[in-house]
Ligand binder design. Sequence first.
Ligand code: ZN
Length: 240
Amino acid sequence: GATVIHLHVRDDAGNPSQDGERFRAAIAAIRSRCEVIVQTSTGGAVGMSIDERCGPLRLGGSDRPEMATLNVGTINFGDDVFVNRRLDTFGVAERIKSAGIIPEVEIYDLGHLDILRELFDKGAVQRPLHVQFVLGVRGALAASERNLELLATRLLEDFPGSTWGVAGVGRHELPMAEVAVRLGGNIRVGLEDNIFVEKGVLAKGSAELVEKAVGICQAAGRKVASIAEARAVLLQKPQS
Ligand code: ZN
């Protein structure tokens, strides 16, 4: 059921890394196994410089990821601060665009939709827009149905034809997936956001959480997209 892999890599010591060569190896390994869309992170980990975070955007040719995340606003991230200065956001957007990569805009708070509006008006991002609502980070917007409904409604009023998904953090992952399926959105699940498959039971891997997500779609009567269908929707040529 997975159609997009949101990809991070680690160094030999297990620490988060944005090293292009690590991404190159991971992307090659994925592509040798399946046709899934590869979406590399440009968020990296808290404390990395913007330039370091953009490591995977330097991959060209057949190593190039199809998509990359674009974080548009600074938020408190637990007890840390995830810094995305306004001009840096424009810089990363331009790097993604000039690399011929499709951005997925990461929205952690309501005001980030207003930053998205400015990015769009200045041509830094283009339609069709693809947005991930990341909800439940301590210090940003909480994971609740009314917050998600507000975000999705505002996004589609401002940018009809956009796609959106939700990544609920921690225990909110699967409950928010259920809400998203009801509201017409898409789902992100996996170990980056949540490590439990149910209360107190560690997931064996992201695949187990994907199976749960597929079950949520089926229970709601929503069809799970094939990879080809996801490619047709998410990798459309940007409209200037
Ligand atoms: Zn990530």
